[in-house]
Design a protein around this ligand. Structure first.
Ligand SMILES: Cc1cc2nc3c(=O)[nH]c(=O)nc-3n(C[C@H](O)[C@H](O)[C@H](O)COP(=O)(O)OP(=O)(O)OC[C@H]3O[C@@H](n4cnc5c(N)ncnc54)[C@H](O)[C@@H]3O)c2cc1C
Length: 500
């Protein structure tokens, strides 16, 4: 197949977090002309804006670029946020990506011009004839605003790669009935990103001596609770309101990659688009899948006093890992719970009142009588982000909606390489109908294993299967290990995909 005239093709990349850096690097590797638009003043995405205490949760061997190892100076398995940021910055420097990035430049709108929307709707093949760049001369108009100015500019691109991130940007603020939201509260309400944007001195000033309540029980919530309890001690405990108990790790559990990132672990799971044999095998082996999940749950319960604090989740570990809902609990978190400087409280739903927070539902006994409000001066909403909202805000057309999924460094790199090969003409996309059927298969998979959190579209438990599909498209051998034993039982990771 004839290669495209790359030097003429403009690729717009939105975001310079890990995904944007990778997309840029691999677009350059095929001689394209990429321009990265980044609203912040540096690379690294969310790693440029974390709490001082945030560390990498996955060991660095699983969070590394395939061809750019961590420097030897980083000895720990779990680098701090500034070590992560330095690593990302040195990646950008090493591959000379910075000159392609327009910093302080926010993309505020994207439109496809030159082909009528009805015609695009009717296409059976991507681009009309299967050419990703389109057969009808359509172009993307990317509207950007620089340095916060009102004046906008239009950048015309042949292809747009969205790397806007799911865990940054638009905060997810719960909705409340009239008069029961933050407006009813006499204290202060902020979102966790506002907190993580503060300097250490500023956050101390904000929290010191205040009655703090944190809503949420994931990474941000736990890290912030640690900081607050450090500042205020047990005399003035920090309250953490959570909706659902989750399986979270005390530290990295070494067998985990073998149990969830190997080919064998994937044989135990029904995979999207699998054949009858694999499906049968997954059914036969399902008791092992259940057993592994129970084993990990027991290990977590051994290390954390979950039973004592009524924190044993109803759902299985497999379900939480299938929807990427596993966080690493900060060191000594449960010591703080034991000493009383962090108080955990179940709050299936809540609203605001003048004095603080009214918890609705929760502990069965308390539920029978009206609970007094939880008095607070400061409420921090660690309630996550609305990743999909970012796309809805950018796209004029309604066609492009919830097409954002969770990414880590490993998946972002594989996707970027696959995309570069696609743009380079190495392979073509199947008919749109076929791709939609495939997406529907994945949806069935997400629903089967992710439970009520299936919309998080996590591929955590089928990384190898997912990469196999990408390898096949790219013409790479999907089997990357030496020998049957290693192929079956050794965990797969970024360095297995260094070269084609
Ligand atoms: C606290 C925390 C800890 C985490 N720890 C881990 C971990 O240990 N292991 C792991 O695998 N994953 C972890 N993650 C997941 C993390 O999301 C990914 O690993 C990864 O950093 C995401 O990178 P990204 O480039 O996709 O998105 P982001 O880092 O969010 O980058 C998106 C970039 O796009 C820019 N942008 C967005 N919209 C626009 C626009 N309209 N115009 C211009 N620029 C725009 C943003 O400014 C940002 O720089 C963690 C996430 C959080 C929040």
């Amino acid at each position: 197949m004839a290669a495209h005239h790359h030097h003429q093709k403009q690729i717009a990349i939105i975001g310079a977090g890990i995904s944007g850096l990778l997309a840029c690097k691999y677009a350059l590797s095929k001689d394209f002309n990429p321009t990265v638009f980044e609203s912040q003043n540096g690379v690294g995405g969310l790693w440029a804006n974390t709490l001082p205490t945030t560390k990498l949760q996955t060991p660095k061997s699983l969070y590394q670029f395939a061809d750019f190892p961590w420097p030897e100076s980083v000895a720990t398995h779990f680098p701090t946020h500034d070590q992560v940021l330095d690593y990302l910055q040195s990646y950008a420097d090493h591959f000379e990506l910075t000159k392609h990035i327009k910093f302080n430049t926010k993309v505020i709108g994207i439109e496809y011009r030159g082909v009528a929307e009805e015609e695009v709707e009717a296409w059976a093949l991507c681009g009309g004839n299967g050419d990703v760049f389109g057969s009808r001369g359509g172009k993307w108009e990317v509207e950007v605003s620089s340095d916060g100015s009102d004046k906008t500019e239009i950048f015309v691109a042949d292809f747009v790669i969205l790397c806007v991130g799911k865990y940054s940007g638009v905060p997810n603020i719960p909705e409340f009935p009239n008069g029961k939201g933050p407006e009813a509260f006499q204290g202060k309400v902020i979102h966790s990103t506002q907190y993580s944007g503060l300097e250490a001195g500023e956050s101390k000033e904000l929290v010191e001596g205040k009655r703090v309540a944190i809503v949420g029980f994931r990474k941000h919530a736990m890290d912030i609770a640690m900081e607050c309890s450090e500042i205020n001690g047990k005399g003035n405990p920090c309250r953490v309101l959570y909706r659902t108990e989750r399986w979270s790790f005390p530290d990295w559990f070494p067998p985990l990659p073998c149990l969830y990132l190997s080919r064998f672990s994937e044989l135990l799971i029904h995979k999207p688009g699998e054949g009858i044999l694999l499906s049968l095998l997954a059914t036969i082996l399902s008791p092992i899948r259940w057993g592994i999940s129970k084993f990990v749950e027991r290990e977590i319960k051994r290390k954390h006093p979950l039973e004592k604090h009524g924190l044993v989740p109803k759902q299985s570990f497999l379900q939480d890992v299938s929807s990427c809902l596993i966080a690493t609990v900060p060191d000594k978190f449960f010591d703080r719970v034991e000493e009383g400087s962090i108080v955990l409280k179940k709050a299936p739903s809540f609203s605001f009142c003048k004095e603080g927070i009214k918890v609705e539902g929760g502990d069965k006994d308390e539920n029978k009588q009206q609970q007094p409000p939880l008095e607070a001066d400061l409420v921090i909403l660690a309630t996550g982000f609305k990743g999909e909202k970012k796309l809805q805000d950018i796209f004029g057309s309604k066609r492009f909606r919830e097409i954002i999924s969770i990414a880590n460094l490993y998946t972002s790199e594989m996707r970027s390489r696959w995309l570069a090969e696609l743009l380079d003409g190495k392979f073509r996309l199947p008919a749109i109908e076929k791709m939609e059927a495939d997406a529907a298969n994945w949806d069935v998979f997400f629903k089967e294993y992710g439970g009520e959190s299936y919309h998080r579209s996590s591929i955590a438990t089928v990384h190898v299967w997912y990469n196999d599909q990408l390898c096949k498209d790219m013409g790479w051998n999907p089997r990357r290990k030496n020998g049957l034993w290693a192929e079956l039982f050794e965990p797969y990771g970024p360095t297995d995909y260094v070269s084609p």
